[in-house]
Design a protein around this ligand. Structure first.
Ligand code: FCB
Length: 479
């Protein structure tokens, strides 16, 4: 008797033209922090502040991608990737954060884009993945409005110089982390802990995004696409009580709708303004700002790793004020700082994050329902495991392939249920500098030996290559 294959074992076909990618960011892989005119960013400074980053590690060398990008593009080609998401280091492209661009900084990205294009890989450039020029932080950082204006000027320089090669642009990566971890809990650079600064930063990141979209569109050739990547929180109440459901609402407001509202709907949600009214009257939002932020997007990037389980009070929550990137002494949730975060059930990655692909399905189908006309792209998803080479030098990481398989199956299900998802970017191409965790967390498809900087594709990379080459998802280990 023949039976239909179950979804656990059936091969799933993805839409034609679906982008198979991997993602990185400048500070996490490039190294060469003082070369060719690059100036320090807030992360260079933060790494040097005592006790902020595990063992005081820095991105000084990282994966040395600045010198090894040709080898890295060859690796990507060997993996059959059709797209690569990377970020431009603002302090490399425009070293003081204002004034003219640095030709040497731009040349690096020109060479990278050319190599990618020669290899048939679509470059997807993010303008800002957290490495603000330190000079701009000293002039106020993201809580200051002028940083948004400067970001738009930088976007225009970058778009003008690279728009002949790069047609896919993303303004910001995860502005939630920049605003609320950088200025709220202080676990990320620049390490400030002021809830009002965090809200001001969120608004100026929104404004910077909107101004940068306009600036890019004014310099890029027709057909170029502009987007933003958000780390949307997939939220579950600890219990079905009204109080826990209100905790979900609060975190959704200050975690998700603080960006989705102005970027996609043209304004801040009323409940967010009410939740934070004891902190600020939001007068830093000037008339005209909502229209400036609310720009048409060609697609929305979604970064997803794990869901969050929340309750109305912190009692019993462990660890308190955890957000996934480390617990600080202050809350990253202005207006919701009594909400408790709980460990989601299920297997965990080396970050302690629960493996739960249903959160990705919920986010994608929820966005598709609210914004049916907006194409989506999963711009980050992946997992850290303590991968080390075996005696034969091979790196076997079955958990990563299983993780990616399960999330791609969820993505496929979301597409079948109507979500217009155009591509998937695995975080990350290479093991790299994982922010406050230093080099302890390995997210790469490719292992990096930090002593020799040798690259070794892990078993999951070979598996992912087959998925990318065939456009079909087979379970890891299937013939
Ligand atoms: C995301 C960041 C990325 C990396 C992954 C693990 O929040 O965008 O740089 O740190 O988490």
């Amino acid at each position: 008797m023949t039976r239909p294959a179950s979804t656990a074992t059936a091969a799933l076909r993805f839409p034609a033209g679906f982008l198979w990618g991997a993602a990185t960011s400048a500070y996490q892989i490039e190294g060469a922090v003082a070369e060719d005119g690059r100036t320090p960013s807030i992360w260079d400074a933060f790494c040097r502040a005592p006790g902020k980053v595990h063992l005081g590690e820095t991105g000084d060398v990282a994966a040395d991608h600045y010198h090894r990008f040709r080898e890295d593009v060859r690796l990507m080609a060997g993996l059959g990737l059709t797209a690569y998401r990377f970020s431009l280091a603002w302090p490399r492209v425009q070293p003081t954060g204002r004034g003219p661009a640095s030709p040497r900084g731009l040349d690096f990205y020109r060479r990278l884009a050319d190599d990618l294009l020669d290899a048939g890989i679509t470059p997807v450039a993010t303008l800002y993945h957290w490495d603000l020029p330190q000079e701009l932080e000293e002039d106020g950082g993201w809580p200051a409005r002028r940083t948004a204006e400067r970001f738009a000027a930088y976007a225009a320089l970058a778009g003008e110089a690279l728009g002949d090669r790069v047609t896919q642009w993303t303004t910001l990566n995860e502005p939630w982390c920049s605003a609320f971890l950088g200025y709220g809990s202080g676990v990320h650079a620049p390490g400030r802990t002021d809830p009002v600064d965090a809200l001001r930063a969120a608004h100026h990141l929104n404004l910077g995004h909107g101004l940068a979209v306009s600036a890019l569109r004014s310099v890029l050739p027709a057909g170029a696409q502009v987007s933003v990547s958000l780390n949307l929180h997939a939220l579950r109440p600890l219990t079905p009580s009204a109080a826990d459901r209100d905790a979900v609402r609060r975190i959704d407001a200050v975690g998700n709708r603080v960006f989705l509202g102005p970027m996609l709907d043209g304004g801040y949600p009323e409940d967010l303004l009410a939740d934070t009214a004891h902190l600020t009257d939001w007068s830093f939002v000037r008339p005209g700002d909502p229209a400036a932020v609310h720009q048409r997007l060609d697609w929305l990037g979604v970064n997803y790793y794990t869901p969050s389980v929340v309750s109305a009070t912190p009692e019993g929550a462990a660890p308190a004020r955890e957000d996934g990137h480390g617990a600080g002494s202050a809350s990253p949730w202005p207006g919701a700082d009594r909400v408790g975060f709980h460990r989601a059930p299920g297997e965990r990655t080396a970050m302690g994050w629960a493996v739960d692909p249903s959160g990705l399905y919920e986010l994608l189908t929820g966005l598709a329902r609210r914004h049916p006309e907006l194409p989506l792209m999963v711009t980050e998803n992946g997992a850290a495991y303590p991968d080390e080479p075996g005696p034969d030098g091979a790196v076997d990481d079955p958990e990563r392939a299983a993780f990616v398989h399960a999330h791609l199956a969820a993505l496929h299900r979301a597409v079948a249920d109507g979500a217009d998802v155009r591509g998937y970017f695995l975080w990350s191409l290479l093991d790299n500098f994982e922010w406050a965790y230093g080099y302890t967390k390995r997210f790469g498809l490719v292992h990096v030996d930090y002593r020799t900087l040798a690259r070794t594709p892990k078993a999951s990379a070979h598996w992912y290559a087959r998925v990318a080459r065939t456009g079909t998802l087979h379970p890891p280990g299937a013939a």
